[in-house]
Ligand binder design. Structure first.
Ligand code: PRP
Ligand code: URA
Length: 218
């Protein structure tokens, strides 16, 4: 596989090079991985990427009592909103909630029209008032970037200012489309793949992330 360089002209793209991520990615991609294992790996990769995406989250100092003495410690100051894109983003939520148990979860339903490859919104559970400091959009796949761009636009109209996108696999076409439209957004992923095929699927990719998680698409 040719290796598109993440850092050239893409300062807001963070591609993990952690050995545990690369090991799990091979299992995720493989055709022989069944839905149960696939869901498990989606969850584990989400935790690892979420860990990286939270590295600059804001903290506030607190005082706590250990069994030995009183001491200074920290707690997360950012109110975090997780925005899974239905369906495939659902599999990333539990791991992110383990990392950030106080996060709010706001579901957005978007599917990609197979003919036009344009996103169609069918569900939006955002509240009227903007309630969080940092929004993490969760979607395993960033292909043309249409769905991610639409989700970011919805969140910005809602009032979101700090937005990060967490994907498992990204295509250069999608990364460039998102960063051209929203240069303020940071993208975290486990792999930057080669390119899209003529049906808009990522190569080498993993196929359809929703179908592989939920056992559909025969
Ligand atoms: C997949 C994926 C993204 C979108 C990416 O969802 O989970 O949301 O495609 O493609 P794009 O970058 O070209 O917009 P899909 O439309 O297959 O819906 P699903 O999650 O319900 O399977
Ligand atoms: N959506 C997927 O699930 N897989 C792709 O390769 C592209 C879009």
């Amino acid at each position: 596989m040719s290796d598109p360089s993440p850092s050239v002209d893409r300062p807001n793209l963070h591609v993990s090079d952690h050995p545990a991520v690369l090991h799990k990615l091979a299992i995720l991609r493989s055709t022989s991985t069944e839905p149960k294992k696939f869901r498990e790996i989606v969850r584990e990769l989400s935790w690892l990427l979420g860990h990286e995406a939270l590295a600059d989250a804001r903290l506030r100092p607190i005082e706590i009592e250990t069994p030995i003495e009183r001491t200074q410690a920290f707690e997360l100051a950012d109110r975090i909103g997780l925005v899974p894109i239905l369906r495939a983003g659902l599999g990333m939520v539990d791991a992110m909630l383990e990392l950030m148990p106080t996060a709010e979860v706001w579901h957005l339903g978007l599917f990609r029209d197979e003919r036009t490859l344009r996103p169609v919104e069918y569900y939006n559970k955002l509240p009227d008032q903007h309630t969080v400091d940092l929004c993490l959009i969760l979607d395993p796949m960033l292909a043309t970037g249409g769905s991610a761009t639409a989700a970011i636009e919805v969140l910005k109209r809602w009032g979101a200012i700090r937005i990060k996108l967490i994907n498992l696999i990204a295509a250069p076409e999608g990364v460039d489309a998102v960063l051209a439209a929203h240069p303020d957004v940071e993208i975290y992923c486990a792999a930057l793949d080669r390119q899209l095929n003529d049906k808009g699927y990522i190569m080498p990719g993993l196929g359809d992330a929703g179908d592989r998680q939920f056992g559909t698409g025969h």
